[in-house]
Design a protein around this ligand. Structure first.
Ligand code: SF4
Length: 298
């Protein structure tokens, strides 16, 4: 029986000793924990992947605004612009940014999404796995492998810190999602375990301290647009890692630093909407308008 893997260094050791990928180790661990077969684990992951694709499909064409009326039509706007003029980074960039927006906007409409690791950060992993798979013709099995690898990253981080913005700031939500996506894409392009762990570390190092200061306490501003931005962050991490550029700080130590920063972060910047963007002049006006609009109704 595979032991419970709680650190990235343990993961590297097990993968090296057993000559397995992260995906192979984790699908087996999951099968053991849940007392089901590896095939059943992969079927569940496929179901999640299908739900992600469905959310993207709906989100790409919907202009329905959120209840607050603040967000919901940016994906269509971006898509329209790309239909007239391609993004300078090409069609893969277009897919990733629109798919991340599509999924995040579906979330704020209360549509069905897959929290990965949370609802607020739900657009990052799907946009990268699905966008890149379409562009580079990766098959479903490769996508499932990538999603399992992404899940392994979140699982190990979660042993050291909470993945909730209210506890660790947005570094724990969108930041971890970005690291999951970096691992997934590195896996898809055949990166080694070491390269995948470097992608995770490089990605996380560049989101440390990311605060959670949502306007009016809603998972809308800055959450929705943060998803495409941090999806692209994961691609930079992948490009570096696959080129054998290493993080000088090992992955576990980066996660320790993130956990420490989460603890040191002021509670006013951890989903309480008491500081940061949530207390800007415009945000306070939006908050007031919404409170007046829904007075006595909620
Ligand atoms: S800003 Fe806060 S609520 Fe929004 S996605 Fe980040 S952690 Fe979640």
């Amino acid at each position: 029986m595979i032991k419970d893997i709680r650190t990235f260094s343990d993961l590297l050791e097990i993968c090296t000793n057993e000559n397995k990928t992260i995906c192979e180790v984790f699908e087996l661990q999951e099968a053991n924990f849940q007392e089901i077969s590896v095939e059943q684990v992969r079927l569940r992951v496929k179901k999640a992947l299908d739900a992600m694709k469905n959310a993207i499909e709906i989100g790409l064409t919907s202009k329905e605004k959120s209840i607050s009326g603040q967000c919901g039509d940016d994906c269509v706007r971006l898509k329209e612009r790309y239909s007239k003029k391609h993004a300078i980074f090409g069609e893969c960039f277009e897919k990733i940014t629109t798919y991340a927006l599509a999924t995040s906007e579906e979330n704020l409409r209360m549509g069905k999404i897959v929290a990965c690791p949370t609802a607020g950060s739900c657009g990052i992993v799907p946009s990268v796995i699905i966008g890149i798979s379409e562009e580079y013709k990766f098959d479903e099995n490769t996508q499932i492998d990538a999603l399992i690898t992404a899940g392994a990253v979140a699982t190990i981080v979660s042993y050291k810190m909470s993945l909730a913005g209210a506890v660790g700031g947005c570094q724990a939500e969108c930041g971890v999602a970005s690291a999951m996506a970096a691992a997934a894409v590195t896996q898809m392009f055949g990166g080694s375990v070491k390269q995948i762990l470097n992608a995770v570390a490089l990605c996380l190092k560049n989101i440390l301290g990311l605060t959670c200061d949502p306007v009016a306490g809603l998972v809308e501003i800055p959450c929705v647009k943060r998803n495409p931005f941090l999806a692209i962050n994961s691609i930079t991490a992948f490009e570096f890692a696959i080129s054998d550029i290493e993080s000088k700080i090992p992955t576990d130590e980066v996660v320790d630093a993130m956990a420490q920063i989460g603890e040191l972060m002021s509670p006013t910047l951890k989903e309480s909407s008491q500081a940061g963007l949530a207390k800007t002049k415009t945000a306070v006006e939006i908050d007031k308008k919404l409170k007046d609009k829904y007075k006595g109704k909620i």
